[in-house]
Design a protein around this ligand. Structure first.
Ligand SMILES: *Cc1c(COP(=O)(O)O)cnc(C)c1O
Length: 397
């Protein structure tokens, strides 16, 4: 049954992914089931999206209720879910102004436009530069691709949008070397995801904040993957108290409904994008906004942040035992429930084998096993995952 669907898929869908040979059907908690009924423990959660797991009754009910009321209106009108969602995002992020998008990449597009407009209003120039980081990932649209620090993703689609410079994450001198009077923003992920799970160091964040303050440059943090509770804080920068001027959120923000946002301080909001500068048909429609509202409510009601802070050290401890056991694993990196096992070779075979044994994992680059499970995992789930991964490593490396 699965084989036939996969064949049909390969005839109909554009081949932009080398997909795992599985057709997923439904989910329950931290488990996914394929169409033949096989169960998988999910340590990917749709790439850091399904923070509260699958088939979460209250969440599903909130979506159903909104479907029965109103799915969509244009942004030319107000709607209550979007107002409530924006207020809740302000509260959890400490930002002042919210713009809803449909995806992470679109949130990055908005952040880039915000930076350019902010600088343009200051000096009228049209040659401003943005500093981004090597190994970063910000999405696949042209603007987001332009600030993505992996040349192989960009090259076939050149020319990019202009005036993007790349520095090295956690190397403050490499940033300083690029700052000049045209620099309008410094953009990076608080914890790099696709690039290999590299958390920004506290001192790096602080020094960048200082550079930005001195030169009226915007600090823009991409929290699309590491945000919404994944590190034990709503947003990863909150651990260090280094507040950005602009930030992006998506992935877990809607818990499975496609929605993102870029947010900014009042200072930036008052002097950047204005009426007519930016828009979206779907962004922040009542359905997407209802999802955001319910996610944040459920985070509060269930104190998800405390749970992450409690369970993450246990996951780290168990992963470190694997690092000690297998020479093939070079090191563990990460923050909270966003962890990577950096290996000395490719990890594709290990991940495939895990799938056969009923465990869903994903890579980040060719040699890193990435773990971004639902935030509701328990010690038992960690033990189950470690047991299977241990077997896979024993059989593969
Ligand atoms: C996934 C991701 C994006 C892009 O989000 P999409 O919703 O896929 O467009 C941008 N930045 C980071 C850090 C991401 O992990």
């Amino acid at each position: 049954m699965m084989k036939q669907y996969i064949e049909e898929a390969e005839k109909a869908l554009l081949h932009t992914y080398n997909r795992y040979q599985v057709v997923l059907d439904h989910g329950e908690g931290v488990y996914l089931y394929d169409i033949e009924g096989k169960r998988y423990l999910d340590f990917v959660s749709g790439i850091a999206v399904f923070a509260l797991g699958y088939h979460y009754r209250d969440y599903d009910d909130a979506l159903k209720a909104q479907i029965d009321k109103l799915l969509h209106t244009s942004n030319y009108y107000y709607n209550v879910p979007a107002i409530e969602a924006a207020k809740k995002i302000k509260k959890i992020s400490g930002m002042d102004r919210v713009f809803f998008t449909n995806s992470g990449a679109e949130a990055i597009e908005g952040a880039v436009k915000t930076a350019r407009k902010y600088a343009y209003l200051k000096d009228g120039r049209t040659d401003h530069e943005i500093i981004a980081m090597n190994h970063s990932f910000h999405g696949r649209t042209m603007g987001a691709l332009s600030v993505t620090g992996t040349p192989k993703y960009r090259e076939p689609f050149e020319p990019m949008i202009g005036n993007i410079r790349f520095a090295e994450m956690n190397d403050i001198e490499s940033v300083k070397a690029l700052v000049n009077d045209r620099t309008c923003a410094i953009l990076f992920e608080t914890v790099q995801g696709e690039g290999g799970i590299y958390p920004a160091q506290e001192s790096f964040l602080q020094e960048i904040r200082h550079i930005c303050d001195e030169n009226d440059i915007l600090l823009m943090l991409d929290e699309i993957q590491c945000g919404m509770g994944r590190t034990g804080y709503y947003y990863a920068w909150q651990k260090y108290g280094v507040k950005p001027d602009v930030m992006t959120s998506a992935k877990a923000l809607g818990g499975g409904v496609p929605v993102g946002a870029f947010m900014m301080t009042e200072k930036v909001g008052a002097s950047s994008l204005a009426a007519g500068d930016h828009g979206t048909t779907y962004g922040g429609n009542p359905f997407a906004a209802a999802a955001v509202c319910k996610m944040i409510d459920l985070f509060e009601e269930n104190d998800i942040l405390s749970h992450v802070r409690e369970i993450a050290p246990y996951l780290e401890e168990k992963l470190d035992l694997l690092v000690a056991k297998y020479d093939y694993i070079e090191t563990r990196r990460g923050s909270g429930l966003m962890q990577g096992l950096a290996c000395r070779g490719e990890v594709g075979e290990i991940i495939k084998k895990a799938m056969e044994k009923g465990l869903i994992l994903i890579n980040a680059g060719a040699s890193i096993i990435r773990l971004v499970p639902p935030l509701i995992i328990t010690r038992e789930h960690v033990d189950e995952m470690i047991g299977i991964l241990d077997e896979c490593l024993a059989e593969t490396v």
